[in-house]
Design a protein around this ligand. Sequence first.
Ligand code: PGA
Length: 255
Amino acid sequence: MTLSSTTPRPLIAGNWKMNGLSTALEEARAVAAALEDEPAAARIAIFPPATLLHRLSQALENSPVLTGGQDCHDKASGAHTGDIAAEMIADAGGKLVICGHSERRCDHGETSEQVAGKAEAAAEAGLEPIVCVGEALATREAGDAVSFVVQQVRDSLPATLAGKAFSVAYEPLWAIGTGKTASVDNIVEMHAAIRGELRSIFGEAGKVVPILYGGSVKPDNAGEILAAAEVGGALVGGASLKAADFLAIIRAAQA
Ligand code: PGA
């Protein structure tokens, strides 16, 4: 990644999805202990299932590993059974939240407009949203990937994020959990297009918003992906569940 004095450190985010019981706290503790011995160049965050967020945040307090939620509601409170408000994530010790992950968009029919509402609610509660975008295989095969993702960026990022800390994660759906990654050329092309859109929405500030890549990031491909132009970090699913794999990805990130 190209650095300037205002470029933030890369962000390596571990999304545990619907995985993890109490025993998983040990994996996160192992990551934190290793980073205390040898600090990482990157910022690190783990997104456990909601049931573990408070305990994980306590276990990692004063460690270099931040925690966050996997989703939040766009309202501050109310009659929304099963949902979690951004302020609840902050209250449980989370500092970030993933908004509009493709599994939320697909499993729960979340639209980009709803995702924008969630990102706005997150920032209002003092959380740093990671707003996810990405195309399905059919869209890529039709040659429409870039225009589709740029439109998602436009619709999923509320103007109220101006001046706030947030990032965008590009996660092609066909690369998530499949072992297939986008080629570095595909990643560079898409991240450049996202950067262009960020600059047109947020002006100068849009130049330094981190753009993460996600989709089958593993220890053996992380170095190449993280070194690509405009890649400001990684959103890691499966490989974040084991401390050794997640640490290898963390070590691949250079400041
Ligand atoms: P994966 O998931 O690394 O298991 O492909 C990435 C994600 O969905 O964030």
